[in-house]
Design a protein around this ligand. Structure first.
Ligand code: ADP
Ligand code: MG
Ligand code: MG
Length: 207
């Protein structure tokens, strides 16, 4: 038994709640090294996504992920909108027409999402971006997929937390924070933090 379209929709709703709760924190992280809008951007996007899911939950997991992608691309804006949107779009393609996603399929979807973010943003681990949270999360998911969806996502969320925290001492090399050069040192990357929050929300939803 795996994750149905409805389960994916529930996970996105939990993510929307998390984003709303942490919106001010994310914006505060974005203020000193960016333009202070990351929390607001994501909150607007996830609110629109919940409104769309309230209206109708598409029939397959892929179709739900595709709605997430298009909504985030059109509503979040900035750098993060297209990056998260691409991640969800690639994840949708990766799950194909399955009606219930097992742990291995979800791990593959996370991996496809990472590939999309990297293809679009060209960041590597160590550049102080969301990739610093997402890549270790994908690796942890691959290693833990044999343990089932809930344990796998919990391991992914732990790895994402650690990866997000690792951005603090780094010099940002991509996005607005890179304009600051050395002055970006000492700041947690907002997108890495939001990636960790999203993965934690997915893990909570799967428990
Ligand atoms: P903007 O900087 O356009 O206002 P946001 O504030 O919504 O966009 O998002 C900023 C986040 O986007 C950064 O904290 C970083 O994690 C992520 N980001 C920016 N550029 C890239 C990139 N090229 N690759 C990966 N992530 C990136
Ligand atoms: Mg910003
Ligand atoms: Mg902006």
């Amino acid at each position: 038994m795996g994750c149905t379209a409805n389960d994916v929709a529930v996970a996105l709703r939990v993510a929307a709640e998390t984003v709303a709760e942490h919106s001010a924190e994310l914006t505060d992280l974005d203020r000193p090294i960016g333009d202070g809008d990351h929390g607001e951007n994501l909150k607007r996007g996830f609110e629109a996504l919940v409104a769309s899911l309230d209206n109708a939950v598409p029939e397959t997991p892929a179709a739900v992920l595709k709605v997430a992608a298009t909504t985030l691309i059109s509503k979040v804006g900035g750098a993060a909108g297209p990056l998260y949107g691409t991640a969800f779009l690639r994840a949708a393609t990766a799950v194909g027409q399955s009606t219930e996603l097992d742990a291995a399929t979800i791990a593959a979807a996370l991996n496809a999402g990472l590939d999309g973010v990297v293809a679009r943003g060209k960041a590597e681990v160590g550049d102080a971006t969301m990739v610093d949270a997402l890549k270790p999360a994908v690796e942890a998911a691959q290693a833990a997929k044999k343990d089932g969806v809930a344990a796998m996502l919990s391991a992914a969320a732990d790895a994402a937390d650690e990866g997000a925290n690792s951005t603090k001492p780094l010099v940002a090399r991509k996005g607005r924070a890179s304009y600051l050069g050395q002055r970006s040192i000492g700041h947690l990357d907002p997108g890495a933090r939001s990636t960790a929050l999203l993965l934690r929300a997915f893990a909570e939803a799967a428990r």
